[in-house]
Structures are given as structure tokens and as C-alpha cells.
Design a protein around this ligand. Structure first.
Ligand code: C2E
Ligand code: CA
Ligand code: CA
Length: 703
């Protein structure tokens, strides 16, 4: 059985050599004719194309270079292979690599040999077929099939001839159905572009390539996002040979992008915008020069006591509260305004005023602030608890038609400053940012700087303020700190102590005060007479882990008798870590100290803890003394403190006594009361106080 091709060759070779040559030259394949013992006789032009140097048949075997493998140098012996035909007269074929002087790389070729009778003599006919193209196509096909990307190759007319499996799957079209479509038909049927189609075509024509995002509408009515790349392959004479399409499904990538976007710009708990997105929006707003309504406000909303709620009831409860507050705020959010959740118990609203009038805008901004306060100030029914909550709001207003260059950072800081001011004023209120807050903040920074670099012995001093009995005899003194900074001058303790507490410099300063005061108490009690010295102890200092050891160390070092010392603590000390605080107080008392509760009545006024505390004294705050006698409320408070103290047999000190009337009123209520105030003496340096002490003793001796 001969194949069609063989028949063709055989027929051809049955004529004369010249005729034979003429005929074999028409073939695309390389064809060569040999005698039965494999001596070459003729070869056609395509054969010569492989070996241009091949002129005479005598040089044939010197010129021909064939290899068994592409990369290894083992040559293929053509002559022996042809001669072996004697044994088996079948038509053998084999695959070898042909290296010609023309080509740099080896070309895979298929050799086929036939026995033919030519002019009744047997001859050998060799046909050489270039395999490289089909080799490539198979490799390409394999790659295409393995790819997750949809791919197709068209023929020169644009018909989709080789769609891979993935492409059929993506489009929902069968191999056959696609074969009948040109790629343009397919684009029309299933693809929507983000850019005008003309652009795709012009890019294909100009650059022979186009790639971009598309949507694919498949036959099953589903739609997905993909990146489509189209290439146009031209031959040497610039005729279109193929179009190649690659389709990459981006649905997963888009979903991941959306999730990243969600994480990056939105708060997980409430789904509201986060700080980043808010900042983005503020920046955009600030650049907007076209808006006809120029007034905007940034509201910074911070839930009062949120940290305590979180710590006491747990984060789940805290989260529930935040979700409900978010809901309430959403309901109060007008169009064109933006609500964001910042961190912890903080929200923000970027508010757009609907008016062009400055005065009306101001009113509107204030009113909206009040509405927000009203909305939040409520009792919240949570899963396990019912909690009351309210917020402090800082507002910073700005106008888009002003040349001032603000940025989102500054705006947020200003609103934040205002919010802290609202907190300081007791919370559940709104505070409008004003320039003076910047001055305040600057002064605070100056103070922090100064505190960090202060030389205690050079800049600080302790003063003593007399505490007298009903006969004005000095029975004790309160130590009060004075700071004179070389540049800032005298700074009041009510200004710098809160700052030093926050920055914890109070620990070093407080130790210094205790040390100086102990030494002074020791000195006066030794050389003079018995006098009790009261010392203020900051909650920060008191809660230091090593506070008790530090006190014990100081007692040893100064040789002071703790029985001559009163430590003044505020109610606030007992709120935080109550159990540990009680232990510490007990320890101090066991060492001999007396404990006084300073500013009594201003704090949490939960008197129940008093029962458990081994304290010795209550100090009525000067704010109550101020209005006494006269103010019925303050009188009532003072009287109830006096009653409480006597029922517990506590000493009682009234501070801030400025008038004779006040002194008389207090002594009338309780003759045992100790009085302190400008009426008797200002706080004085130790030397001056000592003079006063001597004078007071002299007066009472003569009296
Ligand atoms: P405080 O413990 O309530 O001290 C009483 C304050 O009232 C002192 O203010 C004192 O000078 C002032 N004062 C005394 N008599 C009168 C009066 O008749 N009328 C008026 N209006 N005020 C009077 P100062 O010295 O400015 O201290 C303010 C606060 O600073 C103190 O309040 C105390 O809380 C804190 N402080 C002062 N020295 C120290 C200290 O050494 N350590 C700590 N931790 N805090 C201190
Ligand atoms: Ca005090
Ligand atoms: Ca006080």
C-alpha cells in the first residue's frame, strides 16, 4: 500500500532523470535520488536550500550534516541508514536534526526512504520534510491547553480556529461554534469594552496589539471581568496571518481588590469610612474651589468614658455601643456630609453647610452640634447591659473660599483640641475650636519642655501655709510647691502639676518634695516644738509600684517621725485599683502617717468607701468655703461634711478661708475645726514660716 504522496513520487520517477528532476523540483519537500547502494544521483532545489554548498553528487556525504539529537553532537550516518534498506525493503522513516550552514539552529526533519524501480533498475528515493513548524504548533497547543487563560488563534480570515479548552469554558461556546465565528463576531457577541471600540481597532492596526479590561457576557447569561489581549500576526509581506487572543479572568482579583479597599478605607465594626478615607475626603474638599456653599465643619465626636465602659463591661459590649451610636449618627447625617469612625470611641463628621451666609452658617453648625449631642445622650439597651452614654464634641469650622492653607491633619488636630476642651468642661457638650486653644497647647508644650529640663534644687522651692485652730494658733502647715522657671517665671502648681502628672515628671518632683518636707518636719520637730506637716501626694506618684518602699527609704534617710506627717490624697486615688490603694493606705498608716482626703466633696462623693478606709482627716474644698455663709447649697454641703467627720471622729480642715465671717461660721459649726487660708497666712518659704511660728507661739504664751 502506497500513500498518495508516494504514488506521486513514484509516478514522477518513472520518466527520465531530467524529467525526474523537473518533477521533483516542484515539491516543497527536499527530495534526493540514490542508486541502490546509496550513491547520490539527483537532488531538488528545496534539498539544495538546506545545503547551498552542495554542488556535485560526489561531495554529497561530506556536505550533509545530520544529528540524532538537537543538542548532543552524535551524528546520524545517512549512508549506512540508506544501505540498510537492502535488508528490509519497507519504506523506513526517522526523525533527525539537520544542521546547515544557512541556519544557526538545528532543524528537525523527517526522513523517508523508498525503493523504486527506475528504468527497471532499483533506486532509493529520499524525502526530507521540515518538521519545525508543526513541532512548534504542537508545543504551542500543549501550552495553550494547559493554560488557565482562555486563548485562541484565528486563521488569516479571522475565524477562530484554535480555541483552547479554557477559552471554550469561559465563553460557553463549543470548539465548533467558535470555528464558525470570526474574532470580531465574538467581540460583538460577548465583549463590552471600557474604551470605544474604534480605539481597540486602531491600536490593533497601529501597534498590532491591544490589551485592556473588558466584561464578558457569556451564553449562560453570566458576566465576568477579564483582561483581554489581542495581537495581530503579520507575515513578511505584511499580510494578516493570524489574530491571537488571550483572556484572563480577573473576577478573583477584583474581589480581592474590593476587599483590600474595604479594609483600607472602611471600619470593620461599623462599616463606616475610616480615618484614611475621611482624610482623603477632607483633602478633596479643601481643594474644591467650585462649591457655591463654602462653609464646612469637622465634628470630632468622642464618647465620654468609653474606655471605662470597655474595661468594665468588656469589648463586646463596647462594640455594641459603638454600633448603636454609629446608627444614631447615620440617621442624623445630612446629604453631602460624611460620617467616619476613627479609633476607640471616636467618630467624625465632615459637614457641609447649606447656606452661603457666614452668620447663618455659624448658627447652623452650632445647631447641628447640639442635635448630635442630643442624639447620643441616651440610654443604650445592649445585649447584657443597659448603659447611658454621651459624647464630647470638638468642632472646627472652615471656609473653602479662604486663602488659608489648611490640611486634613491640622483640621483634625484642631477639632481634637476642641473636643478635649469639651471633655475638660465635664463632657456631654460641644466646643468650637478657637485660636486661643493653639496658644494654650503651645504653652503646654513649653511647660513640658521646661519640666523636662528643670533643675529641681535651682528652680523649685517648698512653701508652707499655716493651719490654725479656733484661737489662731498654728497647729500644722501644708507644704505647697513653688516653681520659678528662668524664662517662664513663676508657674502655678495648678498649671504645671497636671502636666507633670501626665508626663510622669511628678514622680521625680514628688519625691523631691517629700524629701525636703520630711527634712523640714524633722528639723522643726527637733529644735522647735511639735508641728504637723501636711504633704500633697499625686495619684500618679501614689500608684507607683515602689511608692511604699520609697517612703520607707526616705524615713530612714531623713530620720523623720511619720507621726508628724499627714499625707493628703484626693478621692481620685481610691477610684483606680481600689483594693491595692486600700492596702497601700493601710501600710502607710501602720508606719505612723496620718491620711487626709483633700478637696473633699468635689470628687465622686461616694461616701461608702470612707467606711473601709483608715483615714484621719477630711479637707473641705475651698470652692465650698468660698460661698459660705450665704449660699444655701454650699452651707448644706459643708454641714453634711462636718457631720460625717464627727460621726467618724475625723479631723476636719477647711481650706481657702479668706474672711472673718467664714472663719466664724465654721468654728460655730465645729470648734475643733482647723482653718487654713489667706485670712491667717499666705504660703511662705520655710524661713518666713518659722518666724510666723515663733510669733504665734509667743502670742499664745503671753495670752
Ligand atoms: P490644694 O492642695 O487644694 O492646695 C490649696 C491651694 O489653695 C494652694 O494653691 C494654696 O495656695 C491655695 N490657697 C490657700 N489659701 C487660700 C485662700 O484663702 N484663698 C484661695 N483662693 N486660695 C488659697 P497652690 O499652692 O496654687 O496649689 C494648687 C494645687 O496644686 C494644690 O491644691 C495641690 O493640689 C497642688 N499642689 C501644690 N503643691 C503640691 C505638691 O507639692 N505636690 C502635689 N502633688 N500637688 C501640689
Ligand atoms: Ca492640699
Ligand atoms: Ca484642696
Amino acid at each position: 500500500m502506497h500513500t498518495e504522496l508516494e504514488e506521486k513520487h513514484l509516478k514522477a520517477l518513472k520518466t527520465s532523470h531530467t524529467q525526474t528532476l523537473e518533477i521533483i523540483n516542484r515539491f516543497d519537500e527536499g527530495v534526493a535520488l540514490f542508486t541502490a547502494d546509496a550513491s547520490p544521483i539527483l537532488f531538488n532545489q528545496p534539498f539544495k536550500d538546506y545545503y547551498p554548498a552542495l554542488e556535485a553528487p560526489q561531495k554529497f556525504y561530506q556536505e550533509i550534516v545530520l544529528f540524532k539529537q538537537k543538542h548532543r553532537g552524535e551524528t546520524f550516518d545517512l549512508k549506512t541508514w540508506l544501505q540498510a534498506l537492502h535488508q528490509n525493503k519497507e519504506a523506513p522513516h526517522c526523525q533527525v536534526w539537520l544542521k546547515s550552514s544557512q541556519r544557526e539552529t538545528a532543524v528537525p526533519v523527517r526522513l523517508q526512504a523508498y525503493w523504486i524501480d527506475l528504468h527497471t533498475t532499483p533506486h532509493i528515493l529520499l524525502i526530507v520534510t521540515d518538521q519545525s513548524l508543526s513541532k512548534q504548533i504542537t508545543a504551542q497547543n500543549k501550552l495553550m491547553e494547559a493554560s488557565y487563560a482562555g486563548q485562541f488563534v484565528t486563521n488569516s480570515q479571522g475565524y477562530i480556529k484554535q480555541p483552547n479548552h479554557a477559552f471554550c469554558a469561559y465563553t460557553g461556546l463549543s470548539h465548533q461554534a467558535l470555528n464558525e465565528l470570526t474574532y470580531l463576531d465574538w467581540l460583538k457577541q460577548q465583549v463590552s469594552f471600557k474604551v470605544p471600540f474604534e480605539k481597540v481597532v486602531s491600536s490593533l492596526l497601529r501597534e498590532h496589539f491591544w490589551t485592556g479590561e473588558v466584561q464578558i457576557h457569556t451564553t449562560s447569561d453570566s458576566t465576568f471581568y477579564a483582561v483581554l489581549s489581542l495581537s495581530m500576526i503579520l507575515d513578511e509581506s505584511k499580510n494578516v496571518e493570524h489574530f491571537i487572543g488571550v483572556l484572563q479572568d480577573t473576577t478573583d482579583i477584583r474581589a480581592a481588590q474590593a476587599e483590600i479597599q474595604q479594609l483600607a478605607y472602611f471600619d470593620k465594626l461599623t462599616g463606616l469610612a475610616n480615618q484614611t478615607l475621611l482624610n482623603d475626603r477632607i483633602e478633596k474638599t479643601l481643594q474644591d474651589k467650585t462649591s457655591i456653599t463654602p462653609y464646612r465643619a469637622l465634628y470630632l465626636i468622642n464618647l465620654d468614658g468609653f474606655k471605662i465602659i470597655n474595661d468594665t463591661f468588656g469589648h463586646t459590649t463596647g462594640d455594641q455601643l459603638l454600633t448603636q451610636v454609629a446608627q444614631k449618627l447615620k440617621q442624623k447625617l445630612p446629604e453631602e456630609s460624611m460620617l467616619a469612625r476613627l479609633s476607640g470611641g471616636s467618630f467624625a463628621i465632615l459637614y457641609t453647610c447649606k447656606t452661603q451666609d457666614l452668620q447663618l452658617a455659624k448658627e447652623d453648625i452650632n445647631q447641628y452640634g447640639e442635635q448630635l449631642l442630643d442624639a447620643i445622650d441616651d440610654r443604650y439597651k445592649l445585649e447584657k447591659h443597659s448603659i447611658h452614654s454621651a459624647a464630647s464634641i470638638g468642632i472646627c469650622t472652615f471656609a473653602l473660599n479662604q486663602p488659608v492653607s489648611l490640611d486634613s491633619d491640622q483640621l483634625t488636630r484642631y477639632a481634637n483640641m476642641a473636643m478635649h476642651e469639651a471633655k475638660k468642661l465635664g463632657g456631654n457638650q460641644a466646643y468650637l475650636f478657637e485660636d486661643t486653644l493653639i496658644q494654650k497647647a503651645k504653652r503646654r508644650l513649653e511647660l513640658i519642655e521646661a519640666l523636662n529640663h528643670s533643675e529641681l534644687d535651682d528652680e523649685f522651692q517648698i512653701y508652707f501655709q499655716a493651719q490654725v485652730d479656733k484661737d489662731k494658733r498654728i497647729v500644722s502647715a501644708e507644704t505647697l510647691l513653688r516653681w520659678v522657671h528662668p524664662k517662664l517665671g513663676a508657674v502655678s502648681p495648678s498649671k504645671f502639676i497636671p502636666v507633670a502628672e501626665e508626663g510622669r515628671q511628678i514622680i521625680k518632683i514628688g519625691l523631691w518634695v517629700l524629701h525636703k518636707a520630711f527634712l523640714q518636719a524633722k528639723a522643726w520637730n527637733t529644735i522647735h516644738r511639735n508641728i504637723r506637716i501636711a504633704i500633697n501626694v499625686s495619684p500618679v506618684q501614689f500608684h507607683e509600684q515602689s511608692f511604699i518602699e520609697m517612703i520607707i527609704g526616705l524615713i530612714k534617710f531623713t530620720q523623720v517621725d511619720p507621726k508628724t506627717i499627714t499625707l493628703e490624697l484626693t478621692e481620685g486615688v481610691l477610684i483606680k485599683n481600689a483594693k491595692l490603694a486600700l492596702q497601700k493606705i493601710q501600710h502607710l498608716v501602720s508606719l505612723g502617717f496620718e491620711i487626709s482626703i483633700d478637696d473633699f466633696g468635689t470628687g465622686y462623693s461616694s461616701l461608702s468607701y470612707l467606711q473601709r478606709l483608715p483615714i484621719h482627716e477630711l479637707k473641705i474644698d475651698k470652692t465650698f468655703i468660698n460661698q459660705v455663709p450665704g449660699n444655701i447649697d454650699d452651707e448644706a454641703i459643708v454641714n453634711s461634711i462636718i457631720q460625717l467627720a464627727s460621726s467618724k471622729q475625723l479631723k476636719i480642715v477647711a481650706e481657702g478661708v479668706e474672711t472673718q465671717q467664714q472663719a466664724q461660721y465654721l468654728i460655730n459649726r465645729n470648734p475643733e475645726m482647723v482653718l487654713q487660708g489667706y485670712l491667717f497666712s499666705q504660703p511662705l518659704p520655710a524661713v518666713e514660716f518659722e518666724q510666723e511660728l515663733i510669733k504665734s507661739d509667743a502670742r499664745h504664751k503671753t495670752a
